[in-house]
Design a protein around this ligand. Structure first.
Ligand SMILES: *Cc1c(COP(=O)(O)O)cnc(C)c1O
Length: 408
């Protein structure tokens, strides 16, 4: 048995004695995946004032506060148009409705994503064509998309999973070559910067024909309820999207098309106006936690730390590790013992969900299958301090040290 790796790891670790099970006391104060309470405490005066302003104005739907947010987000993302709406799922649905597709048209979507991405496709009587993802970035690639294109393909929905942009430049090349639309699901990577080969940088979600996002409370830019937005640079698409989100109406009580009712309310917009000012700082805070985790885990052979692309910044909506040798669930039990919450995003490929059974051709996607069995996401948020980070990393390190001791 070769224990040199284990010994090397132990000797590299100055606090090796602290990292045995006996010496780590399980924390009893609850740890959260996302600590919205501490975050609120720090910006409470600004938030409370913004909410009180809306209460006093009694302008609860639309109005200046929503417009202020729309403009502020356009500036932050350097995109021509933002259309606020009720949530990230609506944003995807409205984006697809704006493309004028016919029932049965094919829309390519990763099988390794949150259900909303594929759900809206099926809901609109379009056909979700599920594809695999890159094993390192967890995102779809231009090659994967191109291989799935048929004469029926009309659109693709790349998802910028866990906080890093899919490789959009080649994806746009493939989409333009085949004349298909690109709708970016940017619910998890708001504010990530994607860099083109010529050095130009664009925000994730503003590169395709349409981009969508969610302001669900735990998202990187979250409100205190439901919220979402759609982005685009094209004026015609903008008019269509605005109309569809508002009952297909261009002039009050005159309806051009069947639309829906999807609004961001003024209270949520007021909260988002405050939090948008902190977004850059919040991204840095998440990246710092990710750096700390990376340092702690990079020498553990059975843990694969997140791959950082050089053409996209990572805003770490999730810090997602791959656990080798089938030990993911056992690690989960260990974390539970130490009161450390974790997430499995996602435990089941979308094509294996009962809801999508009729779209499954029986051919499993190998990377997606493997990821569903091996990924684990650790707590990451804007308020993590070093005490918490070192506790979490010690508990994980301890698990793998114990494992190597047993192996000897
Ligand atoms: C959260 C999320 C959505 C849906 O957002 P809601 O606001 O909850 O409707 C869609 N896609 C992805 C990838 C998400 O993470």
């Amino acid at each position: 048995m070769d224990i040199s790796g284990t010994l090397k790891r132990c000797s590299n670790n100055l606090n090796v004695n602290e990292l045995t099970t006996k010496n780590i006391q399980p924390k009893t104060s609850p740890i959260q995946m996302v600590d919205l309470k501490s975050q609120y405490q720090k910006i409470k005066p600004e938030i409370d004032e913004a909410i009180s302003h809306v209460l006093n104005s009694t302008q609860f739907i639309g109005g200046p506060v929503v417009n202020e947010f729309k403009t502020a987000l356009e500036r932050q993302l350097k995109v021509k148009h933002v259309i606020p709406c009720a949530n990230g799922t609506d944003a995807l649905q409205i984006a697809l409705m704006a493309l004028g597709l016919k029932p049965g048209d094919e829309v390519i979507v990763p099988a390794f994503t949150y259900v909303a991405t594929a759900e809206v496709i099926a809901l609109l009587q379009l056909k979700p064509v599920m594809v695999d993802v890159d094993p390192d970035t967890f995102n779809v690639t231009a090659e994967i998309i191109e291989a799935a294109i048929t004469p029926e393909t009309k659109a693709v929905v790349p998802v910028h999973l866990f906080g890093q942009s899919a490789d959009m430049e080649p994806i746009m090349e493939v989409a333009n070559k085949h004349g298909i639309y690109v709708v970016e699901d940017n619910a998890q990577a708001i504010n990530a910067d994607y860099t083109f080969k010529n050095g130009e940088t664009h925000k994730a979600g503003t590169i395709g024909h349409i981009g969508t996002t969610s302001f669900f409370p735990s998202k990187n830019l979250g409100c205190y309820g439901d919220g979402g937005a759609i982005f685009c640079n094209d004026d015609d698409l903008y008019s269509k999207i605005k109309m569809i989100a508002n009952h297909g109406q261009v002039k009050k009580y005159y309806h051009e098309t069947i639309g829906c009712n999807s609004r961001l309310d003024a209270m949520q917009a007021a909260i988002l106006n405050v939090k948008l000012k902190h977004l850059d700082r919040y991204c840095v805070a998440r990246q710092k936690t990710a750096d700390y985790y990376d340092q702690a885990f990079k020498e553990i052979p059975e843990l694969i730390i997140p791959t950082r692309q050089n053409n996209s910044t990572h805003v770490f909506h999730q810090y997602t590790l791959k656990v080798e040798n089938g030990k993911r669930d056992e690690l989960g039990v260990h974390l539970k013992k130490y009161n450390i919450p974790f997430g499995i995003y996602y435990p089941l490929p979308l094509y294996r969900q009962n809801a999508f059974a009729k779209y499954y051709d029986g051919k499993p996607l190998l990377v997606t299958e493997e990821l569903c069995k091996s990924v684990i996401s650790l707590p990451i948020h804007t308020e993590m301090d070093e005490t918490l980070q070192s506790y979490i990393t010690a508990v994980l390190t301890d698990f793998f040290n114990e494992q190597s001791v047993q192996a000897i």
